[in-house]
Design a protein around this ligand. Structure first.
Ligand code: ADP
Ligand code: MG
Length: 234
């Protein structure tokens, strides 16, 4: 019998189905996709000491199962270069969340390195009443929000399905290296899709996954945000 991950147990014991960014990244580590070290700070001082360990610049984000869209709520501060900026960002995030989500259960603030720019892509999973788990791939940011330029495949995915899925979005030329930009590592993204598909098969209690954004590079990629929703009943 497989023992359920500690993270899922903890969320269940607190009666919630939404995992925080830190919990989601922790769970996804087992898939082998890179999520980057992300640590929880529960005080201003701790946020500063973690930032120093990581090295500047860093990013601070609200860690709360009640805040789904962190930046909309003033809960994300990017490119913090000094301890002073980190301290201020910590206070500003808590003040913004207290104002916008006064009832929110706040675990603390997550700290991670500021990643270098890449092409933002997303990988998502949701469950269809007829087809079961379905993976989604698309370009991140406004391209997904406004243009809905995404592709879908039913789980389980082969490497070949993943390749087709990536190539069929309209924005694919952006991944091939548009106007002198370096092409992104598409074979790596294919592997990621297969890894997420495997993870979904192995974790039926996961209802939704949202990796948004993943920063895709000429070699490798990094998921800087992750959100997992569990099924209501295990
Ligand atoms: P949310 O989607 O809940 O608003 P995100 O964690 O996705 O919050 O952060 C918002 C945006 O900030 C991302 O879409 C990305 O552009 C940027 N971002 C987040 N984390 C990092 C990071 N570690 N390095 C660089 N940019 C980041
Ligand atoms: Mg996000």
């Amino acid at each position: 019998m497989v023992t359920k991950p500690r993270i899922i147990e903890k969320a269940r014991s607190e009666g919630r189905t939404l995992l925080t960014e830190i919990e989601s990244k922790e769970l996804l580590k087992e898939t082998g996709i890179s999520v980057g070290d992300t640590k929880l700070a529960t005080s201003r001082e701790e946020a500063i000491s973690i930032s120093r360990q990581f090295g500047f610049p860093v990013v601070l984000k609200i860690a709360s199962p009640d805040v789904v869209h962190k930046s909309d709520a003033g809960g994300v501060k990017l490119g913090l270069k000094t301890s002073k900026q980190v301290g201020r960002a910590y206070d500003d995030i808590l003040a913004a969340i207290n104002q916008k989500h006064p009832q929110a259960m706040i675990q603390g603030v997550s700290v991670q390195r500021m990643a270098r720019p890449g092409v933002e892509v997303i990988i998502g999973m949701s469950k269809d009443a007829q087809f079961g788990p379905v993976l989604m791939f698309g370009l991140g940011g406004i391209l997904v929000e406004i243009l809905k330029d995404v592709s879908f495949r039913i789980v389980p995915l082969t490497k070949r399905d993943a390749g087709e899925m990536i190539r069929e979005i309209k924005g694919y030329p952006l991944l091939e290296g548009y106007r002198g930009q370096e092409p992104v590592d598409v074979p790596n993204l294919e592997e990621w899709l297969v890894k997420v598909s495997d993870f979904v098969e192995q974790n039926p209690e996961v209802k939704e996954i949202d990796l948004n954004p993943i920063l895709a590079y000429s070699s490798g990629a990094l998921a800087v945000d992750a959100r997992i929703v569990l099924e209501t009943t295990p």
